[in-house]
Design a protein around this ligand. Sequence first.
Ligand code: MN3
Length: 201
Amino acid sequence: MAYTLPALSFAADALEPHIDALTMQIHHGKHHQAYVDNLNKALAGTDSENKPLEELMEEISKHPVAVRNNGGGHYNHSLFWSTLGAHSTQPSAALAAAIDAAFGSLDGLKEKMSTAGATRFGSGWAWLTVTDGKLVVSSTANQDNPLMDIAEVKGTPILGIDVWEHAYYLHYQNRRPDYLKAIWNVINWDAVSANFAAATK
Ligand code: MN3
């Protein structure tokens, strides 16, 4: 099959106490695996089954809703895991300057993104995206993302935060804002900075 579940670069319990091990195991091993399996099923036998995921996102309006939901789920979670980590890191100088220009400070970005996630009704994602060389914060419903041709705010996402209940409910129950506060302790800014460099080069 074309698409496979990427391995985590850290142990399931590495993000505790901010994200608990059981949530990580179920989220990665069950939820993300299901998006991969269902995406492969939805594309089997079509001429898109070997398409790079980014390309699939950019033409998502041409595909059935199962491809939108599961392809988005696969892309979004792959990006999400790659931007999490247990080690304390800081944005690169270039990313820090862009964050200051757009949001005043790193705290300004965190507040804007946490608000975007907290106010997204139902399930979805909060995004930090490069659009025309600038940083913007937005949110999407379900498994949509800014790469999709149907997105309200389009661009190259460099950080996405999952605000589906499955991302936090075991540990935080209904307290999505607490999860959105804690998650900043486990953001891998080295990875986000690399994404920023790639999106602006
Ligand atoms: Mn999820």
